[in-house]
Design a protein around this ligand. Structure first.
Ligand SMILES: Cc1cc2nc3c(=O)[nH]c(=O)nc-3n(C[C@H](O)[C@H](O)[C@H](O)COP(=O)(O)O)c2cc1C
Length: 200
């Protein structure tokens, strides 16, 4: 039996806008010696990344330790015996949210998420759509009731972030905080309101 030394994280990218969050998150994780990433891309994610970032599937895959095809429902991450800290779906489309919230495990993203929930591990879903209809809201409620964390990528305007890259990084850092990943330079931690602003 081999001992598992690195902590593992499943990163699933679905076809919502915001593939830049996945791109930056994978770049950060690629620098972490103590973490191993397992990447799954949906077909729509590949299309959306090409549109938004001008980058292809190979670019994404080069950042991960292991890559699994979304159609490969027999992959090791589809089993509860695979030891993993958790899973991030980033960005998470309303279709993937719906599949996960309703236990429709017909691709690897939905199956791996289903397994994470049944094993009571951490599932973070960076859901992206606006405005939200009642189906989206109900699916978010169902996923939350099943143990998932719904994490819409909403910018923190108080955090003194100057560029789009800073804003993306802040969100990526806050997602990674949930897994205890020790990243640096991504999050401007709130120092408390300044005394000057407390005066009127
Ligand atoms: C450029 C682009 C942007 C999209 N943005 C969103 C979005 O923000 N949210 C969403 O739920 N779907 C969005 N979609 C639609 C999804 O890609 C589509 O529903 C797809 O079936 C999702 O499949 P997947 O969850 O397997 O990736 C977008 C599609 C494209 C091409």
């Amino acid at each position: 039996m081999t001992e598992q030394k690195k902590k593992r994280l499943i990163v699933a990218v679905s076809g919502a806008t915001g593939t830049v969050y996945a791109w930056q998150l994978l770049k950060v994780m690629a620098e972490m010696d103590d973490w191993e990433t397992h990447l799954v891309l949906s077909n729509a994610a590949v299309l959306t990344a090409r549109q938004e970032l001008g980058i292809g599937q190979n670019d994404f895959e080069s950042l991960a330790d292991e890559v699994h095809a979304n159609r490969d429902i027999g992959a090791k991450i589809a089993s509860g015996s695979f030891l993993v800290e958790g899973m991030i779906v980033v960005p998470c489309s309303m279709k993937s949210l719906s599949a996960i919230a309703n236990g429709l495990s017909d691709n690897l993203i939905a199956r791996a998420a289903d397994v994470i929930l049944k094993q009571r591990r951490k599932l973070v879903m960076v859901t992206r759509e606006t405005p939200l209809n009642l189906i989206h809201l109900r699916n978010m409620t169902a996923a939350t009731e099943a143990g998932a964390i719904i994490f819409p990528p909403v910018p923190a305007f108080y955090a003194d972030l100057e560029t789009l890259d800073d804003m993306v990084g802040h969100t990526v850092g806050r997602i990674l905080d949930l897994f205890g990943v020790e990243h640096k330079g991504l999050v401007n931690r709130w120092p408390g309101i300044s005394d000057a602003l407390k005066k009127d």
